[in-house]
Ligand binder design. Structure first.
Ligand SMILES: [Zn+2]
Length: 340
């Protein structure tokens, strides 16, 4: 398989004959929509036409067998939260990358932002940081038109982390910072790294959990991230997993305007993306999957089944993340997406 190829997502999401009517943008049920949907279904049945692919009718109006939820038309998908380990993604890097891209292609995911290496290290030493980032750099080199990277840092190792920032972002292809569970992100040692992030206009993807029974030592909650974001208002933060307990996570970050949420990693429960969009606005919601630990399909379902407008889907699936990494991409003349 040629890992540099990227089949158009049109293959997966054929253009809908209904295009943008604006009608499907309204998430709430209405009698008029129901009647319109019912009439259109009847018309389709009468004339033997197939139904347009999703989004037009509330799912409950569709006959069994037609309840396939897809975006309304071709849409560019960027995944802001991907790893190099999990599921069938094993072996050497040149074995892992094609498998990851095979699954991404199935779901029309065009670009993937990777972080951390071929195994997870909770509290990496300077040597391990370099090793972890080297794995991502090598993967990006294998498929530069598909893969991007977050540089993995550990605030316990200031000098090494600042060095990795320079090596992987300033002189390398990476587009932002990933912080995991080495240290709670509200701690002061984060500050020098965040000052450098502000200078370079780099977004920061911070793992967050509201874990039942208490977080791991060093693990951040969305509330910890709010403290950090308040100290560094010029840095754009992504609250990874929205805290996993997403109802609490959304409420925790709601008033801190320099925090976006990614919707990755938890079960594809109904209501998550809906609530995030309602409470934060679609401008602050970013698609991520946590693949290959989770499947692209299960995580995309959260977005596709949320009854969102075309504008909201576009924002969540690529526009918002592109806006956050744009200052870095602009410096590198990175090609912009073709669609929308
Ligand atoms: Zn992750």
């Amino acid at each position: 398989m040629n890992i540099h190829s990227h089949p158009s997502s049109a293959r997966f999401f054929p253009k809908s004959p209904s295009s943008r009517t604006g009608e499907q943008a309204k998430p709430s049920f209405s009698r008029r929509r129901w009647l319109k949907g019912t009439m259109q279904i009847a018309a389709c049945a009468a004339f033997g036409r197939t139904l347009p692919p999703g989004g037009v009718y509330p799912a409950e109006n569709l006959p069994e067998g037609k309840r396939i939820v897809r975006p309304e038309k071709e849409i560019e998908i960027w995944d802001a939260h991907v790893h190099l380990t999990g599921g069938e993604v094993t072996g050497t890097l040149s074995e892992r990358v094609p498998v990851l891209l095979k699954y991404a292609d199935r779901m029309g995911v065009r670009r993937l932002i990777l972080s951390m290496g071929t195994r997870f290290v909770h509290d990496p030493t300077p040597e391990q940081l370099r090793e972890q980032n080297d794995a991502v750099l090598e993967a990006v080199r294998m498929a530069p038109d598909r893969l991007l990277g977050w540089v993995y840092l550990n605030p316990k190792h200031q000098e090494a982390s600042l060095g990795e920032l320079e090596r992987c972002v300033v002189r390398g292809p990476m587009v932002g910072i990933k912080l995991w569970i080495a240290m709670r992100c509200c701690e002061p040692p984060l500050d020098p790294l965040m000052r450098r992030a502000a200078e370079l206009r780099l977004p920061v993807l911070q793992h967050t959990f509201f874990r039942l029974g208490g977080n791991l030592p060093g693990e951040s909650s969305p509330s910890d991230l709010v403290q950090l974001a308040a100290r560094h208002p010029q840095v754009h933060f992504i609250c990874a997993h929205t805290g996993a307990d997403w109802e609490r996570g959304i409420r925790a970050v709601r008033s801190q305007q320099n925090i976006w949420v990614d919707v990755c990693g938890s079960d594809p429960t109904a209501g998550f993306v809906e609530m995030a969009v309602r409470e934060l606005g679609h401008e602050r919601v970013i698609f991520g999957s946590d693949a290959p630990i989770r499947t692209f399909a299960s995580q995309l379902a959260k977005v596709f089944s949320a009854g969102l407008s075309w504008e909201a889907q576009k924002a969540i699936l690529h526009e918002n993340i592109i806006r956050l990494i744009e200052p870095v991409l602009a410096r590198r003349n990175f090609p912009k997406p073709a669609s929308g």
